[in-house]
Design a protein around this ligand. Structure first.
Ligand SMILES: Cc1cc2nc3c(=O)[nH]c(=O)nc-3n(C[C@H](O)[C@H](O)[C@H](O)COP(=O)(O)O)c2cc1C
Length: 439
């Protein structure tokens, strides 16, 4: 039963699937809560509605990290689609922390290109806030398209997935010491370029989130909770200097990795797949103390357990759980976080999988206070106008929704420019066919 894919056409079929899978998702036929504005605490930054676009990398920057033609096309399409906030994709703060030559990187020499991106996004969205995600890709770094992992400790489960040899050097404390300043400088650049906030990314096993589980690392960045969270919180402090009413401090934050302890954060010490929220809650409160007021939450690592991070119908493996249970985990985790720190504006996730039922579940979640807004990732690749259709027509067009087929991820894993080969076929289908000629 848990292997069932998404075939539900009517509410009755959808509710029956929930019952079969033992989940009960929030639900509201009244979609009007999704049209409400939300102002981020202690700021004048206001989401135009409660539907947002997650950061979605396209691997299509220019070699020096500036937005390329396809990046600008994506941003224009997304900004025109009626979402209340646009969260711009992973942008490296240092060259050695880029995932490929196609990942954005912000620096003084290409700042005008980022300024242009922010202007276009504001113009086409009629003033929706635009947040820039700042990152160091850590173990996923490939600045010249060959693996140059920056690992903070030897994590056997991740090393195995990535073929990292056991004698690969671990990054030094001195290198880590140098990073907060770089994040602070990048946040200032984001502000100068006209963004409405900077995201200090801590999720998915990229550098800052990997450190959260560096239980055995010696020195200032490993062992105790204080040491494991030091780099992330120092980067937050460095970026917080630039906070003001018009520029918020944000984070893409993954509180629970669903990777057994000690190789994942936020997990029970018995090595089971049971979350333990004690440390994530403590860190979340410290993020608030440090000035973070906007969070786009996520779970898991797309490289280890993509079914946790983005429930899918077709992907690298058959998910070991009912797909709707994965959606439910994401929505419940957001509710937990919202309750823990109500003063952080929280964007939830898990909605793309729900296709045309996403609006009712999103409206149910926000009206029950389980999140302030619903974020969409793959749906925005497939159907950039999803928010307009929900808000203006009260429905999503089933022929335009994301099918969660993972083709966008497959293209990205080849370090190729990515998008939706199914719904945006003119641009991305020829690329996909060239990459995967046998399919
Ligand atoms: C092709 C692709 C690119 C992504 N790029 C980013 C990114 O740059 N930053 C990030 O935090 N998450 C990224 N994600 C994760 C998404 O933001 C999102 O968390 C995930 O897709 C689940 O949301 P969805 O079910 O609405 O797609 C990416 C996911 C995909 C499939």
């Amino acid at each position: 039963m848990s292997g069932a894919r998404f075939t539900y056409r009517t509410e009755e079929e959808f509710f029956a699937a929930e019952a079969r899978d033992g989940v009960s998702l929030p639900w509201s036929r009244d979609l009007s809560p999704l049209a409400e504005t939300v102002t981020v605490a202690d700021s004048d930054v206001t989401l135009k509605n409660r539907l947002t676009i997650h950061p979605m990398e396209g691997f299509d920057s220019t070699p020096d990290g500036a937005p390329g033609e396809l990046t600008m096309r994506r941003i224009r399409r997304m900004a025109s689609g009626g979402a209340g906030l646009l969260w711009v994709e992973a942008t490296a703060v240092v060259e050695e922390g880029r995932t490929s030559t196609g990942q954005l990187r912000i620096h003084e020499k290409n700042l005008d290109a980022f300024r242009h991106l922010a202007e276009e996004a504001h113009r086409l969205s009629d003033g929706a806030p635009v947040i820039l995600q700042l990152t160091h890709s850590g173990r996923f770094s490939r600045p010249d398209n060959t693996p140059r992992p920056v690992i903070s400790y030897h994590n056997p489960v991740m090393n195995e997935k990535m073929d990292i040899p056991s004698d690969w050097p671990v990054v030094t404390d001195e290198y880590l010491d140098s990073l907060p300043e770089k994040f602070g400088a990048a946040a200032k650049m984001a502000k100068d370029a006209g963004f409405d906030g900077a995201d200090i990314k801590c999720c998915h096993k990229y550098l800052f989130s990997e450190l959260l589980s560096a239980y055995d690392r010696p020195g200032r960045y490993g062992g105790s909770f204080e040491n494991r969270t030091r780099l992330f919180l120092d980067a937050i402090r460095a970026a917080a200097v630039h906070r003001d009413r018009h520029f918020v401090l944000a984070s893409r934050f993954g509180p629970v990795e669903m990777i057994p302890h000690p190789w994942g954060f936020g997990m029970a010490r018995d090595g089971s797949l049971t979350p333990d929220w004690e440390e994530p809650d403590r860190l979340y409160r410290l993020m608030h103390d440090g000035g973070v007021r906007l969070v786009d939450m996520t779970l898991g690592s797309p490289y280890y357990n993509p079914h946790v991070n983005r429930p899918y119908d077709n992907g690298g493996y058959e998910p070991p759980e009912a797909r709707l249970a994965g959606v439910s985990r994401l929505i419940d985790a957001a509710a937990h976080m919202k309750k823990t720190v109500p003063g952080i504006t929280l964007i939830g996730t898990g909605y793309s999988y729900l296709r045309a039922f996403a609006p009712q579940v999103a409206a149910g979640a926000v009206s029950a206070g389980m999140a302030d807004a619903a974020g969409f990732g793959r749906m925005a690749f497939a159907y950039p106008d999803f928010a307009r259709d929900i808000l203006e027509n009260g429905t999503l067009d089933a022929s335009k929704v994301c099918l969660t087929c993972s083709k966008c991820t497959a293209m990205m894993r080849k370090l190729h420019a990515t998008g939706c080969p199914i719904r945006d076929r003119e641009v991305y289908l020829p690329m996909y066919k060239e990459l995967f000629p046998k399919e």
